[in-house]
Design a protein around this ligand. Structure first.
Ligand code: UD1
Length: 426
């Protein structure tokens, strides 16, 4: 298993281009099941989670091509052809769902296309219990019969029917599953208290391109009028706001001068505002955000919330930044109950952090110092990389497979910005 070794203390400088959004590409790949034929997707990031979704869909008879040749001329970087003509299965097994919870996104599309699905329950997860009860309750309202059998959700329906669904919490993948199922249901579905995350909007735009009828995209009430059939359409996946935010935090912690390009600027408002509060100067223009070395870093409080609030997926990275800011910061996590697992590792680098329930108080230190640390989940790993870039001496981040799930070419991108970082066998 590889590790990442960083010699910290180098201000980052240069330009970094943001890849396609993992959390938009995954539901869009699942949604291709709804429309038999060949789909041409663009800006799909090359990530472990994307390969896992290909494995899941592959078990259902879906085939892929990303270099071109077989289905036509060579394909550009980030393109992915998905052939969903033949559906031969409807099961997402435990071996896959346990490594990537987003595999549950096949549930809605399979019910719409094959009227049945068998999906392993995701079970526990490093950042909390993460149940799927709201997905299932919404599907039941649409006429799906659900039974639990040996850890699997067995779902069947004669016909999906439109329904009024009020979500207790604006679950992201839950909203996506229900919206996908509703596109081919008989009648109209209204999802109230829907998640407003931009990735939900990107999926909705893809579904509309396939021929779906959806109103209220980007709001908390989605109205979906079911149609008879959908057909393939080319689509470019939005760029990744969390990857962009991670590079902004990396630039800020090293007091660097970095331009983040191809960034979904409009979707980063809460993150950019917090960076401003912390004294980080960010200038935006088009799809470009420039971080400039300014005065010192100041402590700032954050509270994670559903979009458009501050994203939980940026909490760990912001905590790393606050660990070298002047003064104290209070970080409140409201989305996931156990999302402070990075704290112990940040402390090994010298951070001063106290946890009480869902709040962490970070007292900024002048310096962090390099140490071996263990990555525990995707965003926690990113926070350790950010801390390592600022720490004095050498930081070794172990279990880097977590990073491979969500950051395309991380080491290459940071090296190009001047970081002393390498990936080596552990
Ligand atoms: C998605 C993102 C993840 C992000 C999260 C919150 C993808 C693939 N993943 O995860 O990166 O951190 O949104 O922005 O898009 N809940 C229930 N019952 C349910 C569903 C959720 O109680 O049926 C709870 C969860 O336990 C959690 C909260 O709702 O406390 C938010 O979860 P949810 O929005 O569903 O997150 P994911 O869709 O899993």
């Amino acid at each position: 298993m590889d590790k990442i070794v960083i010699d910290g203390g180098v201000p980052l400088e240069g330009e970094v281009s943001i890849s396609g959004a993992k959390n938009a590409a995954l539901p869009i790949m699942a949604a291709t099941l709804l429309a038999p034929g060949v789909h041409r997707l663009h800006n799909v990031p090359r990530l472990a989670d994307i390969r896992t979704m290909k494995r899941v869909l592959g078990l259902m008879g879906v085939t892929f091509e990303e270099s071109g040749g077989l289905m036509g001329p060579p394909l550009p970087e980030g393109a992915l052809l998905v052939d969903t003509s033949n559906l031969t299965g409807w099961m997402a097994p435990y071996e896959v769902v346990k490594t990537m919870r987003a595999a549950v996104l096949v549930l809605g599309p399979l019910l719409a296309r094959a009227h049945q699905a068998s999906v392993s329950l995701p079970g526990g997860c490093a950042i909390g219990a993460r149940p799927i009860n709201l997905h299932l309750k919404g599907l039941e309202a649409m006429g799906v019969k659900i039974t639990l059998n040996q850890g699997y959700v067995e779902a069947k329906t004669k016909e999906l029917k439109g329904a009024e669904i009020i979500l207790d919490f604006p679950t992201v993948t839950g909203t996506e599953n229900l919206m996908m199922a509703a596109t081919l249901a008989k009648g109209t579905t209204r999802i109230v208290n829907a998640a407003q995350e931009p990735e939900v909007g990107d999926l909705a735009s893809f579904l509309v391109a396939l021929g779906a009828q959806i109103e209220g995209i980007g709001t908390d009430i989605l109205t979906i009028h079911g149609v008879e059939a959908l057909s393939p359409a080319p689509y470019k996946v939005m760029s990744d706001r969390i990857e962009a935010g991670t590079y902004l935090a990396a630039a800020a912690i090293t007091k660097g001068k970095v331009a983040v390009t191809n960034a979904p600027v409009a979707h980063l408002t809460a993150v950019i505002e917090k960076l401003h509060d912390a004294g980080v100067r960010c200038a935006t223009s088009g799809d470009r955000i420039e971080v400039q070395p300014g005065g010192g870093l100041n402590g700032a409080d954050i509270k994670t919330l559903p979009y458009p609030g501050f994203p939980t997926d940026m909490q760990a990275q912001f905590m790393a930044l606050m660990s070298v800011a002047k003064g104290a910061s209070v970080i409140t996590e409201t989305i996931f109950e156990d999302r402070f697992i990075h704290v112990g590792e940040l402390k090994r680098l010298g951070a001063d952090i106290t946890i009480s329930g869902n709040q962490a108080v970070v007292r900024g230190r002048r310096h962090l110092s390099g140490a071996p640390v263990m990555a525990t989940d995707l965003r926690a790993s990113a926070s350790l990389i950010i801390a390592g870039l600022a720490a004095q001496g050498t930081t070794e981040v172990h279990r880097v497979y977590h990073l491979d799930r969500g950051y395309a070419n991380l080491v290459e991108k940071l090296s190009a910005l001047g970081a002393r970082i390498k990936r080596v066998p552990a």
